[in-house]
Design a binder for this molecule. Structure first.
Ligand SMILES: C[S@@+](CC[C@H](N)C(=O)[O-])C[C@H]1O[C@@H](n2cnc3c(N)ncnc32)[C@H](O)[C@@H]1O
Length: 303
């Protein structure tokens, strides 16, 4: 599966945003405050560009705080937030453009008053996307990027999940289940594969991954047994959809891990911005109570 397909699938499944710890309202609040301060500091008629926008969470936030802003929001994935976003009341001032690689922006130079990105810019090849974003910014145009931090609270758990997925792929469970559904493997053989995986001491079984996969397999086995004449194609299609979702989730997590940046890498990024004619500063975004890290904040302007 291509990296981009993994994201297209994600946004078409109605996710409103990504890479914020699930259920962590504090992270969300801290990020919202950062975008609120930025939006309120912009003139109402400003034209903004939001890079790697997904379903437009940043674009929608900016408009909610400063209603006259105009935002162009681009992503390489096949996005169409007007179909998938719940609060589409805020979409009037946003122009979404799908299939745009931010390494080669389809815009004239010096046309945007500000450029933004939340957990997006770092997924691209920075040696190509940084010159591009500076090129399209007007002189004195501002930027604000929130980026993955190598020590952040989403990167550690992502590494554990990728390990869990990889052990499941290596176990051949999904392949054997396909053979079972097409009557080319006995239930006994399938159970052996399942038990071997569950007994693997390296597997940290989470409810969200191993638990859900085993529960889905159990349900399909019941369906197959209930109706022996059930069209095998239907069950195989269900398995294929499930496998696609698992492969996509794994791909997105691998991208998240490899896009996260250490302090040395952030310093290099700020130097690249400087070499392109911009001034940039960075700081880490942390939770005030336990000091865990949410990401990097990079901001500045074109000289
Ligand atoms: C973690 S999501 C962030 C989405 C959004 N900014 C948010 O905060 O909800 C990363 C996004 O980067 C996009 N992306 C990755 N590489 C890209 C590239 N080279 N050009 C444009 N978008 C890219 C992906 O398609 C995905 O939607």
């Amino acid at each position: 599966m291509q990296d981009t397909d993994a994201w297209s699938l994600y946004w078409q499944n109605n996710h409103q945003e990504s890479c914020i710890t699930p259920c962590n309202e504090t992270d969300s609040t801290i990020l919202i405050d950062i975008w609120q301060n930025f939006a309120l500091d912009l003139k109402p008629n400003f034209e903004l560009l939001d890079l790697a926008t997904g379903n437009g969470s940043v674009a929608r936030r900016l408009i909610s705080f400063n209603k006259q802003l105009k935002v162009t929001a681009v992503d390489q994935a096949s996005i169409d937030p007007t179909k998938y976003v719940d609060d589409n009341i805020l979409l009037d001032n946003i122009q979404f453009v799908a299939d745009v690689n931010i390494e080669k922006l389809p815009f004239e130079q010096n046309i945007f008053d500000a450029v933004t990105s939340q957990f997006g810019l770092e997924y691209s090849n920075l040696s190509l996307s940084i010159p591009e974003l500076v090129r399209v910014l007007k002189q004195a145009g501002r930027f604000l990027f929130i980026m993955h931090h190598a020590d952040s609270e989403v990167v550690g758990p992502a590494k554990l999940k990728v390990k869990e997925f990889n052990l499941i792929f290596e176990s051949n469970l999904l392949h054997d289940f396909e053979l079972f559904l097409s009557n080319n493997l006995s239930l006994e053989e399938l159970n052996k594969t399942g038990e071997k995986l569950l007994n693997n001491p390296e597997l940290i079984k989470s409810n969200a991954i191993t638990g859900q996969i085993f529960s889905a397999i159990d349900k399909l086995i019941v369906l197959k047994n209930q109706n022996k004449k059930q069209n095998a194609e239907v069950l195989l299609n269900t398995l294929q959809n499930m496998t696609n979702r698992i492969v996509a989730e794994n791909s997105r997590l691998e991208q998240l891990i490899s896009s996260s940046l250490t302090q040395i890498e952030i310093e290099a990024l700020c130097n690249s911005l400087k070499n392109e004619g911009a001034k940039a500063t960075f700081k880490s975004i942390t939770l005030s109570d336990n000091q865990s890290v949410i990401g990097w904040e990079i901001k500045g302007y074109k000289l």
